[in-house]
Design a protein around this ligand. Structure first.
Ligand SMILES: Cc1cc2nc3c(=O)[nH]c(=O)nc-3n(C[C@H](O)[C@H](O)[C@H](O)COP(=O)(O)OP(=O)(O)OC[C@H]3O[C@@H](n4cnc5c(N)ncnc54)[C@H](O)[C@@H]3O)c2cc1C
Ligand SMILES: N[C@@H](Cc1c[nH]c2cc(Cl)ccc12)C(=O)O
Length: 518
């Protein structure tokens, strides 16, 4: 049996992996996590996919268990600010795309003479975001919409098996360091051995498999399976086992970031229920509202902007509240390891791969990797088929998300700086170029987007294409021959439901102030 797991690294990836493996295998496996007390974690990573609820459910954790400990808030969407033109914004929400007579509502929207905001016309959530509403009422009940809490839904599925069956209406923002701390307690309470020490060397056997890691003060740590959660360093997978790194920088040039954690007077400014991505001359700025502060940062390409310019831009964007706050400058390794699993070593987290956080995919990558590791967990014969299937699933998810992010830049309307001009001339992978030509004639659907599971449904592509605006789209010709009464009724129903929810739901600040007795 493979039942002795050693995890190196105590960031979000390390502790999500330790806690999930313990929830999956309990005392059938032993888990040791060693983390350096000197090498810091990346310290950011605070917005998620809605799928993260499956992670907490698997650990048998309810929102009231972990959200207060992590200063967590709700995320209904990503708000894209100034991507189409200055002053314009649109949302990419967690809300199923409605269909009328077999055609997506966005198709009918194109047919009926587009307005400036497809998102407000086709989704209820866009109005809730504009109004700063919570998705839950003060009594804790969830807003009424196509996902009904407590109704029969498939349980125990992995995310890839679940996609498309239901769309949960929100994700979370949380303080990454506080989540890691919370999961440390969860894990050690369930028997994970936690060692604070530095791994100084990785010792291989004659086959090139990891025999043990050598720590500064606790000697050799032996195990069957070693999980590399050492972040961008990739100490075990990339360095010791020499797995090469496949860069995405030819299509995604942003390789740097500068971050600030800014205290927030929530009572005065409220808590926006969405992550915001605001364009700047050489990239974009994220704003993540937490309970008590915002996490914000400028993601940029160093070929177009120096760290000093980036920090100045970010501080100007935030304003005087940032004056006393220390900036955290980060170099990002963009791309993925050629294989995340080699011999008896699996890389999870930044070691495995990373793309800029435009759609908050880092923690989704971790969650997906852990689910797939459990699904493909090795036996003592280490059959290569399990490893190969794992590597294929993980590579597809990252390659698919990469493609989805490239679409944001190809569609962006900004062309006022060299950085934004270059987003339109950079070479596009053939497969994506073909898909884009297809989308100009027929909106994205399950047959014409990236063909493997990567966490994003076709409606996500529709939102980005319709919101950014630079790629011309047109309605299906059939709609000009079809009566549009039913579609107009659907648009009216969305307007009515949005008005009702905005009028009856509390603001996100009111909700969390009440929940936390603030
Ligand atoms: C600018 C930026 C913004 C991001 N925003 C988001 C977001 O909004 N949403 C999202 O989902 N993701 C986001 N991410 C990604 C997210 O931060 C990471 O996926 C997550 O933090 C996982 O990091 P990690 O645990 O892999 O690595 P790290 O956090 O770097 O942790 C590495 C760990 O390894 C340990 N270590 C390293 N070397 C040794 C050694 N020799 N011995 C012992 N221990 C060692 C360190 O001490 C540390 O504990 C963002 C990333 C960046 C860079
Ligand atoms: N499975 C993902 C897909 C998704 C659907 N809508 C959004 C919006 C945003 Cl901002 C990210 C991701 C998604 C999920 O449901 O989380």
């Amino acid at each position: 049996m493979v039942d002795n797991v050693v995890i190196v690294g105590g960031g979000t990836a390390g502790w999500m992996t330790a806690s999930y493996l313990k929830a999956a295998f309990a005392d059938r496996i032993s888990v040791t996590l060693v983390e350096s007390g000197k090498i810091g974690t990346i310290g950011v990573g605070e917005a998620t996919f809605s799928d993260i609820r499956h992670f907490f459910e698997f650990l048998d954790l309810r929102e009231e268990d972990w959200m207060p400990a992590c200063n967590a808030t709700y995320k209904l969407a990503v708000r894209f600010q100034d991507w189409r033109r200055p002053g314009h914004h649109f949302y990419h929400p967690f809300e199923q795309m409605r269909s009328v007579k077999g055609f997506p509502l966005t198709d009918w929207w194109l047919q009926s003479g587009p307005t400036d905001r497809f998102d407000k016309d086709c989704f209820v959530m866009a109005s809730l975001c504009d109004a700063g509403r919570s998705p839950r009422y003060l009594n804790g009940s969830l807003l009424e919409q196509d996902f009904v809490e407590g109704a029969e839904e498939p349980v125990g599925l992995t995310m890839s098996e679940h996609q498309g069956k239901t769309q949960f209406p929100y994700a979370y923002h949380f303080e990454a360091a506080l989540l890691a701390k919370y999961l440390t307690g969860y894990s050690t309470d369930r028997g994970v051995r936690h060692i604070v020490d530095e791994v100084e060397d990785v010792r291989l056997d004659e086959r090139g498999w990891i025999d043990h890691v050598l720590t500064k003060e606790h000697g050799e740590l032996h195990g069957d399976l070693f999980i590399d959660c050492t972040g961008f360093r990739g100490m075990l997978l990339n360095k010791a086992l020499e797995v090469p790194f496949v860069s995405y920088q030819d299509t995604l040039p942003n390789d740097s970031a500068v971050a600030l954690q800014v205290p927030l007077d929530m009572k005065k400014v409220g808590i926006r229920p969405c992550t915001t991505a605001t364009t700047r001359d050489a990239g974009w700025i994220w704003t993540i509202p937490l309970f008590g502060r915002i996490g914000t940062g400028y993601v940029y390409a160093k070929d177009y902007c120096t760290p000093e310019e980036a920090e100045r831009t970010l501080r100007e964007f935030v304003g005087p509240e940032a004056a006393e706050v220390e900036a955290n400058h980060i170099r990002m390794r963009i791309g993925r390891s050629a294989q995340s699993w080699k011999n008896n070593c699996v890389g999870i987290g930044l070691t495995s791969g990373f793309v800029e956080p435009l759609e908050s995919t880092g923690i989704f990558f971790i969650h997906h990797a852990i689910e797939q590791l459990v699904k493909h967990f090795p036996a003592a014969d280490w059959r290569p088929e399990l490893r190969d299937a794992y590597n294929s699933a993980v590579a597809h998810v990252m390659d698919g998300v990469r493609e989805f992010l490239v679409v944001h830049y190809l569609g962006a309307g900004r062309d006022d700086t060299q950085y934004w001009k270059d987003t339109k001339t950079r070479e596009v992978p053939d497969a994506l170029a073909e898909r884009i030509e297809r989308w100009k004639v027929q909106l994205p659907d399950s047959e014409n987007v990236f063909p493997y599971y990567h966490g994003l449904p076709p409606y996500s592509y529709m939102c980005i294409l319709l919101g950014t605006g630079a790629i011309p789209l047109r309605p299906s010709p059939a709609l000009s021959l079809t009566d549009e009464t039913a579609a107009q009724k659907e648009f009216a129903a969305i307007r009515d439901k949005a008005r009702h929810l905005v009028d009856t739901l509390p603001s996100q600040y009111e909700y969390f102030a009440a929940m936390r007795g603030a």
